[in-house]
Design a binder for this molecule. Structure first.
Ligand SMILES: Cc1ncc(COP(=O)(O)O)c(C=O)c1O
Length: 400
């Protein structure tokens, strides 16, 4: 059956408005559409395809597991899930893992766990969750309400309660909100969707101290920063601050849907049998692929390579900027890079995304005025240079 972009409009709910072309094949950091046109992929499925497209380690893991066992439900456990959980706990602060299917679900589990922990230990009054404006934590109603973007959470009727927001990097504002009623503070250790905004080192330390002072849990949403993207397995490992709960997804599966919530043994105790669950969470196919991704990403070679690629990206973007003067800031960490447009081009990030696609390079936006780059962690240097050359052509067309 021949399908086209026009078919999409006939059969799909219109909550997405995808590009006009339909990608059909990917290899490494290159993608081809139905017409055979080639694109360099700097988007990586929104920070998901951390090993590019069809990495042999992932294809092998999926094929091998696909010939063995696909699904059983959580009435039974399975070997890939246990092996992946062991690797994640060995490599992080965490002692326990809960598997989900997406970032929102990992965050949903984190928030429910924090509420249950507070109820069990401190009583019903300790239920306040504080998060940050411009934060993004997913689209379930709980997580989207905790996310600090009302445009995403308004319009669906009464919201889950006891959720407050303060500005990111404003420690005084956080302190003013916190009390013994605070059950958890949820934050991204580098805001992705909100515009690629890094936290001040002092701010993150201060958040931890306030959580300790008021006996509140610190939840790091590492769905976008996680799994190698900032040059360490998780971003917290470079910040000198350890959360109580961490949510991971996106790169964790490298393109296969999986999410995970990581926490300590003591906190995990509060999700007793029957309190939470998922049919697919911990699915053997997903865990086998994630284990293969883990084995490749959790190496000095790949993690050090992220830093080298960050330097290459940022220096080339700065060179382009010298010629066109369209960015007022080039920022981010590792391969989560944001280039904020000058006042003249404010609000036009999507024009750059579209012009890039026309020239054969996929980029992302993070809000209306930031162009975002989240390529594969192992993207070859030649692809970085070729993709940025194509992006420069797109800029030239816009600037005229
Ligand atoms: C920081 C963060 N948390 C949560 C999510 C939601 O993840 P998912 O779309 O897999 O539910 C995202 C997605 O962009 C994200 O960037």
């Amino acid at each position: 059956m021949k399908v086209t972009r026009a078919t999409f409009d006939d059969v799909m709910v219109p909550n997405y408005n995808p590009a006009k072309m339909i990608p059909v094949k990917g290899e490494g950091s290159r993608v081809w559409d139905q017409e055979g046109k080639e694109y360099i992929d700097f988007a990586g499925g929104i920070a998901v395809n951390c090993l590019g497209h069809c990495h042999p380690a992932m294809v092998n893991a999926l094929t091998e597991q696909g010939n063995k066992l696909w699904h059983l439900s959580n009435v039974f456990t399975n070997e890939p899930a246990i092996r992946l959980a062991k690797k994640l706990t060995d490599a992080t602060f965490a002692d326990r893992v809960y598997f989900a299917n997406s970032g929102a679900e990992a965050n949903e589990a984190a928030l429910k766990l924090a509420r249950r922990w507070a109820l069990d230990k401190h009583g019903a009054d300790k239920n306040q969750i504080i998060a940050f404006t411009k934060g993004f934590h997913g689209r379930t109603f709980f997580t989207v309400t905790v996310g600090g973007q009302p445009a995403y959470s308004d319009g669906f009727g009464p919201k889950p309660g006891a959720i407050e927001h303060v500005d990111y990097n404003d420690l005084a504002a956080l302190e003013a909100q916190m009390s013994d009623k605070t059950c958890a503070v949820m934050m991204e250790p580098l805001q992705g969707e909100g515009g690629v905004i890094s936290p001040d080192a002092e701010f993150v330390k201060g958040v931890r101290e306030l959580c300790d002072k008021y006996n509140a849990l610190l939840i790091f949403d590492e769905v976008q920063t996680g799994f190698g993207r900032t040059g360490s397995l998780y971003a917290y490992q470079q910040l000198g601050v350890t959360p109580d709960i961490l949510a991971s997804a996106k790169s964790l599966g490298g393109g296969f849907p999986i999410g995970a919530m990581l926490t300590t043994a003591e906190i995990a105790e509060h999700l007793k049998p029957g309190t939470h669950g998922s049919t697919y969470g911990g699915n053997p196919l997903a865990c086998a692929v994630a284990e293969a991704v883990f084995d490749v990403v959790h190496t000095d070679e790949v993690l050090a390579g992220v830093q080298a690629r960050e330097e290459l990206f940022k220096s080339k973007l700065a060179e382009i900027n010298q010629r066109y003067g369209i960015f007022q800031d080039i920022r981010g960490k590792g391969l989560l890079i944001g280039a904020e447009l000058t006042e003249e081009y404010a609000g036009k990030a999507r024009d750059f995304l579209n012009a890039g696609a026309d020239e054969g390079v996929m980029v992302l936006v993070a809000g209306p005025s930031v162009v975002r780059f989240t390529p594969s962690l192992i993207i070859p240097e030649a692809d970085v240079l070729e993709g940025l050359a194509r992006f420069e052509k797109a800029i030239a067309k816009i600037v005229g």
